[in-house]
Write a protein that binds this ligand. Structure first.
Ligand SMILES: Cc1cc2nc3c(=O)[nH]c(=O)nc-3n(C[C@H](O)[C@H](O)[C@H](O)COP(=O)(O)OP(=O)(O)OC[C@H]3O[C@@H](n4cnc5c(N)ncnc54)[C@H](O)[C@@H]3O)c2cc1C
Length: 255
């Protein structure tokens, strides 16, 4: 139960400002903001939070926010979550996979309700960020799909959906975040435990999935667990994507 580590409701943020160095001229320097949770959706095993962030600065698809929780006794825990929404969305959408023994993800999934306030800081990240112009191949494993969906949504907003080719790998369709958005065009859902809606037979992501998608795409974004990121990067190199063109975000223990 998340409340054991972070008892009670969240306390208001401090007024202390924490500058961030994102390493990119497009990302802002900023401090903690108090966001209001407008929507909470539970797709099962995860939660989608839609936040109203005051004085929000547009993010680049791929960037993330840090969410900081504070317990009544002053104990804090902060974790990074990728932005799923497009920059045009008035709310910041986060997809949080619920880890059974996770300190922050269980709190966000089990305790947070619409109307609650969360301390957030962002957007953060200069390397794993899409410029909205370069044709990209985006490969995500499990919750690693989150920042890639932001890229796909932005490409749709631009009227150029072909710019983002998203490959989502998961065990089952039910475990594929935003599966309903990942279809048509060059999108691929690669399921290891069941047949994909496209008719793809159950099997792990392979070079055969990626080979037809590489041509004309100068950059690849890979996101997921450390093991997935390593495997997907190797597959991309094996089908001709230069290693230096692969940008990787690993979801793991973070601060
Ligand atoms: C840049 C960045 C962006 C991220 N974006 C997202 C996102 O969009 N959605 C999302 O759900 N997560 C995302 N993460 C992961 C997230 O920051 C947390 O690590 C995750 O929610 C677990 O936090 P927790 O407090 O619940 O677990 P903890 O209490 O920190 O850890 C509980 C246990 O789970 C293990 N663990 C920690 N993180 C993970 C993980 N990601 N996968 C598997 N095991 C883990 C720990 O080693 C520990 O054994 C991102 C991480 C980074 C660095």
């Amino acid at each position: 139960m998340a409340g054991a580590a972070l008892p009670g409701r969240l306390t208001p943020p401090t007024t202390e400002e924490h500058a961030i160095d994102t390493g990119t001229p497009t990302a802002p320097r900023g401090g903690w903001r108090r966001a209001t949770v407008r929507e909470v959706r539970d797709p099962g095993g995860a939660v989608v939070l839609r936040l109203d962030v005051p004085d929000r600065v547009d993010h680049m698809p791929g960037q993330h926010y840090v969410v900081r929780l504070t317990a009544d006794d002053g104990y804090t825990a902060a974790r990074s979550y990728s932005v799923v929404s497009a920059p045009s969305d008035p709310l910041v959408e986060l997809y949080v996979e619920r880890l059974e023994d996770g300190e922050v993800s269980t709190f966000l999934a089990d305790v947070v309700e619409p109307g609650d306030e969360l301390e957030v800081r962002g957007p953060i990240g200069g390397w794993f960020a899409w410029d909205g112009e370069t044709p990209v191949l985006a490969v995500g494993g499990g919750s690693g799909v989150a920042p890639l969906v932001s890229m796909l949504r932005h490409a749709h907003d631009l009227g150029r959906p072909e710019l983002v080719c998203l490959v989502a790998a998961a065990r089952t369709l039910a475990q594929t975040p935003y599966a309903e958005e990942i279809s048509g065009g060059c999108q691929v859902v690669a399921l290891s435990r069941e047949t994909s809606p496209s008719g793809r037979a159950a099997s792990r992501l392979s070079a055969a999935d990626l080979a037809p998608l590489v041509e004309g795409r100068r950059t690849a974004f890979v996101c997921g667990s450390a093991a997935f990121a390593e495997a997907a990067s190797q597959l991309l190199v094996s089908v001709g994507m230069p290693a230096g063109s692969i940008r990787v975000e690993r979801f793991g223990p973070s601060g």
